[in-house]
Design a protein around this ligand. Structure first.
Ligand code: 4NP
Length: 151
C-alpha cells in the first residue's frame, strides 16, 4: 500500500497544486501517492492558475494535468498525511474531522521547516508573479524536509 499525502489550500488552484507537484517530484511514485484539494469548491474542475503552472515549469515540473477538487470528509479515510497551507485551511479541514485519528493527520505545511510556528503559506491569488516565486520556495523547502523524513 502506498503512503498517501494530501496538500490542501482554499481554491486548489494556486498553492496546493504547487505543493502536490513539488512533493511528488521528491518521492518514489511506486511508494507514495500525492494529491491536492481545496476547502472551497469555487474552482472545481479547473486547471491550476496559469501563474502556478508557469512557476512550476520554470523549475522543471509539469502540474498542468491537475484539476481542482474540493476537500471531502472521506479524505480522512484515504490519506495518511494532510497538509494545510494556512490557518484558515487548517480550521476548515478540522471542521470535517470526526475522530482524534482524523485530527492527528492534519499539520501546517511550514511546520516542517519551523516546528510549532504555525507559519502560513501566503495566498498569492490577488498578488503578482513574485508571490508565486515566494510560495514555490517555501513549499520546496518544506517538501524537502518532509520527503527526507517520511517513512
Ligand atoms: P489557493 O488560492 O487557495 O492557493 O488556490 C486561491 C485561489 C482562488 C481564490 C482564493 C485563493 N478565490 O477566491 O477564488
Amino acid at each position: 500500500m502506498k503512503t498517501k499525502i494530501l496538500m490542501v489550500c482554499l481554491g486548489n488552484i494556486c498553492r496546493s497544486p504547487l505543493a502536490e507537484g513539488i512533493l511528488a517530484s521528491k518521492l518514489d511514485p511506486t511508494k507514495y501517492f500525492v494529491d491536492s484539494a481545496g476547502t472551497a469548491g469555487y474552482h472545481t474542475g479547473e486547471l491550476p492558475d496559469r501563474r502556478s503552472i508557469a512557476i512550476a515549469r520554470q523549475y522543471g515540473l509539469d502540474i498542468s494535468h491537475q484539476r481542482s477538487r474540493k476537500f471531502v470528509r472521506n479524505d480522512f479515510q484515504t490519506f495518511d498525511y494532510i497538509f494545510a497551507m494556512d490557518q484558515s485551511n487548517y480550521t476548515n479541514i478540522l471542521r470535517l474531522a470526526e475522530t482524534q485519528e482524523d485530527r492527528d493527520k492534519v499539520q501546517m505545511i511550514l511546520n516542517q521547516i519551523s516546528p510549532n510556528s504555525n507559519a502560513e503559506v501566503p495566498d498569492p491569488y490577488y498578488g503578482g508573479d513574485q508571490g508565486f516565486e515566494n510560495v514555490y520556495q517555501m513549499l520546496d523547502e518544506a517538501c524537502s524536509v518532509f520527503a527526507k523524513k517520511i517513512p
